[in-house]
Design a protein around this ligand. Structure first.
Ligand code: SAH
Length: 449
């Protein structure tokens, strides 16, 4: 029996797909390169913008023919396209899909396998146990055995869902209300992946800094719960690096910043989206901070965490965004010189406040012009920032080998992509690399022995 999982979207989806793969491998499935060859096909979807949603619909339509030829094969749709209560409408629209699985919850898949008689008695017991563990928010298998040897860096969801309700964002409608996972579950998972050879863990949440405020364990806590968790994960032997994302500017307390500075394994890299450089647009987005608040955050980060690298997200073409408002974002990005900026064209999403109350009035061409202007600006900033690495020796956690470039690649602590040629097996090792070439998107160097 073979399975194929197609994944699109955020790190949370990557983590969810790995767990499903691990569960399927426990049941005896092996991975298939192509969906067309698999007995079980899963599409793990993203709907944060129209584009990834269109891609998933395209895949579903292609797979319709596969299902017609091979009705016994199982096709499951998972992730934010399914959401927490979209199943009825989707069943009508895509009747050739066998199962609809909400984000982070493939329980129904195990039930379907048992029901269809695809499992023997022992496997059914495993599937039942898997489903129960998932219902409790825990699982004993995170990385699929077929991938364990290759995975250097793992993502662990620590906060599921989101309750912030930014006016443009569909995530709360699809991933449900914010809820933190128990610390003992997270620690057990972190120990497990470390024992399997994982060197880097990234803790995930839509607003990861809000971890634990909803858990009784932290009701009396005096420090930020995420700091407590970071300290505990930090103790785990074998782990070399620790990261967390995504941060919200309003929730980054001083003790969290100090923990990043003080805990050696925690990388000095922060992902804190600003979304817009204009106060009125930020207000309409209901982000809950002003441009000056964000400026002060950047200053605090740079003061507290030596060498910190800061990544941000920006949306251009929010309903009603004027040229002057866009220019405020442009000027702010030029001023702050951040280490990464992910820039997206606004995309109206069903049910969101922005879609219900505002007119998506900018043309695609105008949004694209604004996106490209910011992208070009950011490329220039990165060229300048990265040039500072020239001649420096930096620590790289090696993730794999690029056969086309004939070079090993990995990331610096500040999340720079670094390539270097070398004999031998470097995967999973920390390499000291002297940088000899820099560009906006990557660095190249020589490894030091
Ligand atoms: N909770 C995280 C991740 C949200 S989704 C955060 O606060 O950043 C990742 C990014 O997608 C967001 O930061 C935002 O920049 C972008 N995004 C979300 N909804 C969008 C929409 N409707 N149109 C365009 N981009 C969007």
């Amino acid at each position: 029996m073979q399975y194929h999982i197609w994944t699109i979207g955020c790190q949370m989806n990557v983590a969810d797909s790995q767990r499903v793969a691990a569960g399927l491998e426990r049941l005896g499935y092996t991975p298939a390169e192509r969906a067309e060859d698999a007995d079980m096909i899963i599409l793990n979807t993203c709907v944060v913008r129209q584009q990834p949603e269109d891609k998933a619909v395209g895949r579903l339509n292609q797979l319709r023919r596969v299902k017609e030829r091979h009705p016994e094969r199982i096709l499951a749709l998972m992730g934010c396209m399914v959401g927490v209560k979209e199943t009825m409408a989707l069943q009508k629209r895509f009747p050739w899909v066998d199962a609809f699985l909400p984000p982070s919850d493939p329980t129904e898949l195990w039930a379907l396998l048992a029901e269809r008689g695809h499992l023997d008695e022992a496997q059914t017991l495993i599937a039942d146990a898997e489903a129960r563990r998932l219902a409790l928010g825990r699982t004993d298998t995170i990385l699929p055995p077929s991938e364990q040897e290759h995975i250097v860096s793992a993502h662990l969801p620590i906060v599921l869902g989101c309750s912030h309700a930014c006016t443009y964002c569909v995530i709360p409608y699809r991933r449900g209300a914010e809820r933190s996972r128990p610390p003992e579950t997270i620690l057990a998972e972190a120990r497990q992946v470390a024992a399997q050879g994982v060197k880097e863990i990234t803790l995930l949440g839509q607003i990861v800094d809000r971890y634990g405020y909803d858990l009784p364990e932290f009701a009396q806590a005096t420090e930020t719960p995420l700091v407590t968790l970071l300290r505990q994960v930090h103790e785990i032997e074998g782990l070399e690096r620790l990261r967390f994302l995504t941060s919200h500017p309003n929730w980054m307390k001083d003790d969290l910043l100090r923990a990043v500075a003080d805990l050696p394994k925690v990388c000095e890299h922060i992902e804190a989206p600003i979304q817009s450089g204009d106060d009125e647009v930020l207000r309409q987005m209901r982000r809950g901070y002003t441009v000056d608040d964000y400026r002060r955050l950047v200053a605090r980060l740079r003061e507290t965490i030596p060498g910190v690298s800061i990544a941000t997200d920006i949306i251009v073409g929010f309903p009603g965004e004027t040229e002057a408002q866009f220019q405020h974002t442009y000027a702010l990005l030029a001023e702050l010189k951040l280490d990464k900026a992910h820039i997206a064209r606004y995309s109206a999403r069903p049910l969101t406040v922005a879609t219900r109350t505002l007119n998506d009035d900018l043309s695609r061409a105008e949004k694209e012009r604004r996106r490209k202007a910011l992208d070009d600006l950011q490329a220039n900033i990165l060229e300048e920032l990265n040039a500072r690495y020239l001649g420096q020796t930096i620590e790289v956690l090696v993730e794999g080998y690029n056969t086309r470039q004939k070079r090993w690649f990995g990331r610096s602590r500040t999340d720079r992509l670094v390539f270097f040629p070398a004999e031998g097996d470097w995967r999973g090792r920390l390499a000291q690399v002297k940088i000899t070439w820099t560009g906006p998107w990557s660095l190249i160097g020589e490894v030091k022995f």
